[in-house]
Design a protein. Sequence first.
Length: 264
Amino acid sequence: MAGLELIDAPGLRDAGLAAAFTTRTGGASEGPYASLNLTWSRGDDKAAVAENRRRVSERLGGLRLVFANQVHGTAVLRAEDAAEGEWSAGEGDALMTDRPGLALCAQTADCVPILLFDPRRPAIAAIHSGWRGTLAGIGQATLDAMAQAYGTRPADVKAAIGPSISKARYRVGPEVIEPFEGKFGSDAALMGPKDHEGGAGLDVAEACRRSLVMAGVPASAISRVPGCTFTDEAHFFSSRRAARDGHPGLFGGQCGIIALKKRR
């Protein structure tokens, strides 16, 4: 594959901030994990994953990467430091910090990565938001946690939503569609026409955007990176694509990454 490629997080360009979304190019992993897999949990060689993480850290100027053991919940972890040789801050689906030098990582492979920046504090957060976390309110929970820890006001927050699976490729059943309708609406921007079973294509990233607006983040302060993780195999890992191709559970993960740069 090509060299290591990062996608800039639009709307989060700040001299004191590093914010980007990784792709699958430029890594050391092989097979279904080729090549820049950043996830431990699905059977890839851990030495290859560690090398991939080292390459990303180096590309970001030596920032320390911090991950969470993601469980599709609403727990928000406060990252205060990162011990040498340790990657995980614990079990949760969002990370937040006001400490420079820590690069918070939200791992995805169809789910939605969300990066938050409070320039007033400053403070940051990285969120993994699948459909379960989106319905449960992981976005609101993160903003609430940042308010409590740092005095963050949603009106001051800037957000970037990274690549995820598209509505056209993400059909879900009525047990998912119905609660999304109740919380976010049923217009064409959010979901496709219902089929005979009551299921439809769902744009979880759009629901994430709406959840941030509902929590008080200005719509004008939220940007979104285009692209579909399912269809763009050259750049992204995809859980649903792996299942389609006959190796469910065997796939890598990309990340949304945000960090406050160390002051010189």
